[in-house]
Ligand binder design. Structure first.
Ligand code: NDP
Length: 496
């Protein structure tokens, strides 16, 4: 069954279940005026939320987390219904939501507290402090592939840092967006600190131009560019979490069975619709045959579809199977070989895509350069890990990567031009809330999660306070040559 295109009446957004095309709900399509009203409401709520301070905010965010935990089955059901992902994939997403929410609430006070810094020799008579104030209102624009886990990063960190939030969920997943805001509202009472606006790209564009104090965008690189251009007018600062073309590197001394298992799960779970999913594998030729055979054997045994025993579900959006098929065709036309499946594994008009494993794929094929975002794994063999590193770094993307090696995993990881690496596992960095999450190059910039994620949503302010009058005063027109002479001699003596 094709995933439903979210169209309704002119002013309506319809959410469909991609597993059977069933209508799930109708939502308003918010106009620029509606978006401006939501931002104005969030602005009115912002001073009260900021004024609560860290302890009270934590109390409320913890209450939200406990409510989410109590209602995990509800959240799981909604995620599955709007994305088509399996219950197990949706449960994993819900677990991550809870853990990241806890971390942001628990650590905001420590990370963002006022901090004294050493004023230095020249400014010995001052105290110097760094403050982190809330920005005000943060706009969050989210994708459909992890409709709760991905936005909860910027939402939780922005709220914990004392901001209010206006969230624009993907047009494919409005119900999950509404659920997040409504559950928070239930525990907070009073003015809403998380507003939701519904609609397609134009609603997101309106949010970029609505005068928010920062936009946290997660989505494709193409849309990220548009978001950045719109935000340039403000200028409104942006965090861009965009697409990836993540590689797994498998060394000759790797645990080959573990690497193969991880490649299959990292590449094919959630039907391959994971920004940090494994899209290409570079495997050392010494272990390539065994690794490839294990991957093909494991992938061939996976069950796809909508039944309870399925390992992964259908694709969420109706366009994606066509894109996946185009990538497979392009690779085969350039000389690649299909070890499992082929172009017929994905068909435009059918939401289910069966696992595909390709090998000997030229590095300039679409499946190597563009995000495929489907259950397709490429396995290319390399003569040495240096070659694997070089090919990995050739991509314009730089989101995540995985390395399997018993002796050199961390050393190889450090050579990769990506934002995050898991050694001897896949996607592990996503599950560590203290680790900043984000990429480089076409994968974007800025970070969510971890201390960097909290600081991303704070305005840093540096303050000096003169404690005593200085022995020398160079910051005055009354300074004479003698003052500057002493200062220069001092610098020569202590810094020369
Ligand atoms: P899109 O770029 O299509 O959309 C992302 C969000 O932006 C959606 O809410 C979308 O609205 C909205 N949007 C569309 N046009 C505009 C615009 N002009 N101005 C402002 N907002 C706009 O991405 P997808 O939803 O298809 O998500 C998949 C992509 O997200 C993949 O590339 C994936 O790699 C990436 N991603 C990156 C992650 C990361 O952390 N780096 C994590 C997860 C996904 P609507 O959907 O309603 O059109």
């Amino acid at each position: 069954m094709t995933g439903g295109a979210p169209t309704g009446g002119a002013g309506e957004l319809v959410s469909f279940d991609p597993r059977d095309g069933r209508e799930l709900g109708r939502y308003p399509r918010h106009s620029p005026a509606d978006v401006a009203a939501a931002v104005a409401a969030a602005r009115r709520a912002s001073s009260g939320w900021a004024g609560l301070g860290h302890t009270e905010r934590r109390r409320r965010l913890d209450a939200w987390r406990r409510l989410v935990v109590r209602r995990v089955p509800e959240l799981v059901q909604l995620i599955s219904a709007e994305t088509g992902k399996t219950t197990a994939d949706a449960q994993l997403e819900a677990v991550l939501v809870v853990d990241h929410l806890r971390w942001a609430a628990a650590h905001a006070a420590r990370v963002l507290r006022r901090r004294r810094v050493f004023p230095g020799l020249l400014m010995y008579n001052h105290t110097a402090t760094v403050d982190h104030h809330p920005l005000g209102v943060v706009g969050v624009i989210g994708p459909w592939n992890y409709p709760a886990f991905i936005p909860i990063g910027p939402i939780a960190h922005a709220l914990a840092a004392g901001n209010t939030v206006v969230f624009k969920p993907s047009e494919y997943t409005p119900a999950v967006g509404a659920w997040l805001a409504d559950t928070l509202d239930e525990v907070i009472g009073g003015p809403r600190v998380l507003e939701v606006v519904f609609g397609a790209g134009d609603t997101g564009a309106a949010l970029c131009s609505a005068g928010v104090d920062k936009v946290a965008f997660t989505g494709s690189t193409a849309t990220g560019r548009r978001v950045m251009a719109a935000c340039a007018q403000g200028p409104t600062p942006v965090v861009l979490e965009c697409g990836g073309k993540d590689a797994m590197l498998v060394d000759r001394d790797a645990d080959v069975a573990a690497a193969a298992d991880a490649a299959v799960w990292g590449g094919l779970s959630n039907a391959g619709q994971t920004c940090v999913g494994v899209e290409r594998v570079y495997v050392h030729e010494a272990v390539a045959d065994r690794f490839t055979a294990l991957v093909v054997e494991t992938a061939a045994a996976l069950r796809t579809g909508t039944g309870p025993g399925a390992d992964f579900g259908p694709m969420t959006t109706p366009e994606q199977p066509g894109i996946v098929q185009e990538h497979i065709r392009d690779a085969l036309s350039r000389g690649a070989r299909a070890l499992l499946g082929g172009p017929d594994s994905a068909r435009a008009g059918s939401a289910s895509v069966r696992p595909v494993v390709l090998t000997d794929v030229p590095e300039d094929a679409l499946v190597m350069t563009e995000e495929t975002f489907g259950p397709v794994l490429v396995i290319n063999r390399v003569a040495a890990m240096e070659e694997a590193v070089e090919r990995t770094n050739r991509s314009v993307y730089g989101l995540g990567a995985a390395v399997y090696s018993r002796s050199a995993g961390t050393r190889i990881a450090r050579q990769l031009r990506v934002g995050m690496v898991s050694v001897n596992s896949v996607l592990a960095f996503s599950g560590v809330p203290a680790l900043p999450f984000g990429g480089t190059g076409a994968s974007g910039f800025g970070r969510v999660h971890g201390p960097e994620g909290l600081r991303e949503f704070a305005r840093t302010q540096s303050v000096t306070r003169q404690r005593v009058r200085p022995f020398l005063q160079p910051l005055s027109f009354r300074r004479g040559p003698r003052t500057m002479d002493i200062l220069l001699r001092l610098v020569r003596t202590v810094r020369g």
